[in-house]
Write a protein that binds this ligand. Structure first.
Ligand code: PLP
Length: 406
């Protein structure tokens, strides 16, 4: 055991006060401070960028303080205890036994996609993504000179599903990869084992490697179970690379550390070769791996408390929308700290919504158009925030929409 990373026994018991309003005068985040600078509106409310307005678990902050006090910040080396914590988390929560030799690293999920794309396809090849999904899925493919091919999710009885018929039509001799988002941002689906098994079989038969972004895996609403793509079958495991991080679950996105899991030595080798192109595999974040170890080992209780709080926020906002804004259609969410709301009944364009909510009412939201086909008319509301801030935000939304309705 590496004592530096070990939290004192009682620290894990203390949880975060999720109602606490942080003193932002000392903080500097994209979600709030950058948006205030961008818009010049000091009273805006931020419900956009995908992180939370909560302190991370105390054991993590304490491990970082211990590291800072040592005052040595050279190239970091990950101890055994780091790997034990990581492997333990995925086994304990999802029954997935990751082996140490399957693990590589990066500074984030998206920086891991590019080397895989570079090495597993050539310019002009096609890569499938399933919108509405985070805009980087499409952008990374296009920036690499590959062709992004959209296979939009379909809504069946109010629930998003993979469109397997359309998927079959998307495939050509140039299709090399499929970028999976599991759980899926922004729609919040946790793909079931059956859905993933069908996807795995399809991709195997068509020689398509799956890159599975599983960054939201631990942010589950009650009754929903996450299935790692690599745990579905041995074929799925050998035909995929999974991208993991403690970043979204424990609010560590500023610490820049993630994992790349490839059981297939060929895929692992391609990933490592891909890193050489821009030497991005050189070095790493000491604070990132220290925090990650503690997060994966000592913070299960915090994660459960967090999701209880988020579920409370969800129920609160849902009741508000049903009573006050019944024209908003709420798409049920199984995971993440987002609500995915269909405002198409108001008939506003993306620009009209932006003018109404952001320019006139100081609300930063994410708009469905940015997530690709199927996102039109929707907004993503980040509810990873104290309830009192959420209450102000949805009250402002109601005010904005009533002014729009005249
Ligand atoms: C689906 C998805 N994957 C990956 C990321 C990036 O995560 P990180 O910056 O922790 O690597 C995001 C950020 O919003 C995301 O929504």
């Amino acid at each position: 055991m590496h004592d530096l990373h070990r939290a004192p026994a009682d620290a894990a018991a203390e949880t975060t006060d999720f109602d606490e309003i942080l003193d932002r005068s000392q903080l500097s985040s994209v979600k709030w401070e950058m948006e205030i600078d961008r818009t010049g509106n000091k009273s805006l409310l931020g419900f956009g960028t995908a992180d939370m307005d909560f302190r991370s678990p105390k054991p993590i902050a304490e491990a970082l303080e211990r590291t800072a006090r040592l005052g040595h910040f050279g190239y970091p080396y990950k101890p055994n205890s780091y790997y034990e914590a990581l492997i333990g988390f995925y086994k304990r929560h999802f029954g997935w036994e990751i082996k140490r030799e399957w693990i590589a690293h990066n500074v984030g999920i998206y920086p891991s996609m590019r080397p895989l794309i570079d090495r597993l396809s050539v310019e002009g090849d096609e890569i499938i993504y399933q919108p509405p999904v985070h805009f980087q899925f499409r952008n990374i493919v296009a920036a690499a000179g590959r062709v992004p091919v959209a296979n939009p999710l379909i809504l069946r009885n109010g629930r998003y599903e993979f469109d397997f018929d359309q998927l079959a039509r998307c495939v050509s001799s140039r299709t090399k990869l499929l970028l999976l988002c599991n759980p899926h941002n922004p729609v919040g689906r946790v793909w079931s084992r059956d859905e993933l098994a069908q996807l795995a079989e399809f991709c195997q038969q068509n020689n398509i490697v799956v890159v599975s972004d599983e960054v939201y895996c631990g942010l589950l609403h009650d009754g929903f179970h996450f299935t790692p793509f690599g745990s579905v079958s041995s074929d799925a495991l050998m035909n995929s690379v999974s991208l993991l991080s403690a970043s979204k679950m424990f609010n560590l996105t500023g610490l820049k550390h993630s994992q790349v899991i490839a059981a297939n030595p060929r895929l692992m080798n391609e990933y490592l070769e891909g890193l050489k192109r821009d030497t991005s595999g050189y070095g790493g974040s000491l604070f990132g791996h220290v925090a990650t170890e503690v997060a994966y080992r000592d913070c299960d209780g915090w994660l459960a408390d967090l999701m209880k709080y988020v579920a409370g926020n969800y129920a609160f906002a849902e009741a508000f929308f049903k009573e006050r804004l019944p024209r908003i259609r709420i798409r049920p969410t199984e995971s993440t700290y987002f609500m995915w709301l269909d405002l198409s009944d108001y008939g506003m364009s993306h620009q009209e919504m932006l003018d109404l909510f952001e320019t006139r009412h100081g609300l930063v939201l994410n708009y469905g158009e940015d997530y690709g086909p199927g996102g039109e008319g929707h907004i993503r509301l980040n509810i990873g925030t104290p309830k009192s801030i959420l209450a102000q935000g949805i009250e402002r939304m109601a005010k904005a929409l009533s002014s729009h309705e005249g």
